[in-house]
Design a protein around this ligand. Structure first.
Ligand SMILES: *[C@@H]1O[C@H](CO)[C@@H](O)[C@H](O)[C@H]1NC(C)=O
Ligand SMILES: *[C@@H]1O[C@H](CO)[C@@H](O)[C@H](O)[C@H]1NC(C)=O
Ligand SMILES: *[C@@H]1O[C@H](CO)[C@@H](O)[C@H](O)[C@H]1NC(C)=O
Ligand SMILES: *[C@@H]1O[C@H](CO)[C@@H](O)[C@H](O)[C@H]1NC(C)=O
Ligand SMILES: *[C@@H]1O[C@H](CO)[C@@H](O)[C@H](O)[C@H]1NC(C)=O
Length: 229
């Protein structure tokens, strides 16, 4: 292995590590290419994309760059002969999703967990809106399409759905019918009982990245030395 190629390996490895959780710009978005063709102008998602600023089309997706990450804000996987749909996590920032004209028999209740920006969903008419009618401001059936429009805030429901988050935490919407209790600023730990800031996730992410990089570098240099002896 030449020095240049080992360096490249290190970088590739490093990139891989960092891309696993955070979406890097060059990571291919598989969900955008799971169906043939690309987003058309005369469709709901296509029009949405056309009138969204800073957006571009990739496959069946409408993408927008937010800070360092490229987000899927619109997804049209209609008319794609889908029988099952198990994972849409890549599209969790989506505002509009079209799943119509697919032979889907049911959808997992958990498919849209975390989709807190979702505002319009189109489904085959026999499927129910994610989270039920009560998770949407307006639901209607037109022909063989069901429309679910305007996601209701699960934290702001009167009547049977009224959620109490533990003290020192705030209820935050987390997709149709879902909510999460996020610790109020300065609180953390189980039930947000401890005060003070400790950004666990960031610290761990960075820690792993640099530790792995250093170990890999060490491993490569040591191996080279061993060979030379
Ligand atoms: C959609 O419309 C835009 C702007 O009018 C145009 O640049 C683009 O080529 C059109 N795309 C398709 C697939 O027709
Ligand atoms: C679905 O796609 C086929 C071609 O692949 C096309 O002929 C048909 O009109 C499409 N149906 C809808 C409802 O868009
Ligand atoms: C969807 O339906 C299939 C069979 O029709 C069943 O095996 C599967 O468990 C169902 N999935 C969910 C999430 O209900
Ligand atoms: C949900 O809304 C649709 C369309 O408005 C309606 O047909 C259906 O009966 C409703 N379902 C429930 C459980 O309220
Ligand atoms: C909560 O619900 C009330 C009544 O439905 C509404 O007026 C208010 O704007 C909602 N608040 C939020 C933050 O959605």
């Amino acid at each position: 292995m030449t020095a240049a190629s080992s360096l490249f390996t290190v970088f590739a490895f490093f990139l891989l590590l960092n891309c696993r959780d955070v979406r890097c710009e060059d990571t291919e978005l598989r969900v955008c290419h799971m169906c043939r063709g690309s987003l058309q102008n005369n469709t709901a998602v296509g029009n949405f994309c056309l009138f969204s600023s800073d957006s571009r089309v990739e496959g069946r997706c409408c993408l927008r760059k937010t800070g360092e990450t490229l987000e899927i804000i619109g997804l049209d996987i209609s008319n794609c002969s889908l029988n099952v749909l198990e994972n849409l996590k890549e599209a969790s920032a989506a505002i509009i999703i079209d799943l119509s004209h697919n032979p889907l028999s049911n959808l997992s209740d958990l498919l849209f967990v975390g989709f807190s920006s979702l505002n319009n969903v189109m489904l085959p008419s026999h499927l129910l809106c994610p989270g039920g009618n009560e998770s949407w401001h307006k639901t209607e059936v037109k022909g063989d399409l069901r429309f679910c429009d305007g996601q209701r805030d699960a934290c702001n429901q009167t009547g049977q759905m009224s959620w109490d988050c533990p003290e020192n935490s705030l209820c935050a919407p987390y997709g149709p019918g879902f909510f999460e209790c996020a610790c109020a600023s300065n609180f953390h730990g189980y039930k947000c009982l401890r005060e003070g800031e400790f950004p666990v996730v960031n610290v761990l992410g960075i820690l792993c990245g640099s530790t792995c990089l250093v170990s890999l570098l060490l491993w490569l240099t040591q191996r080279r030395k061993a060979k030379d002896i």
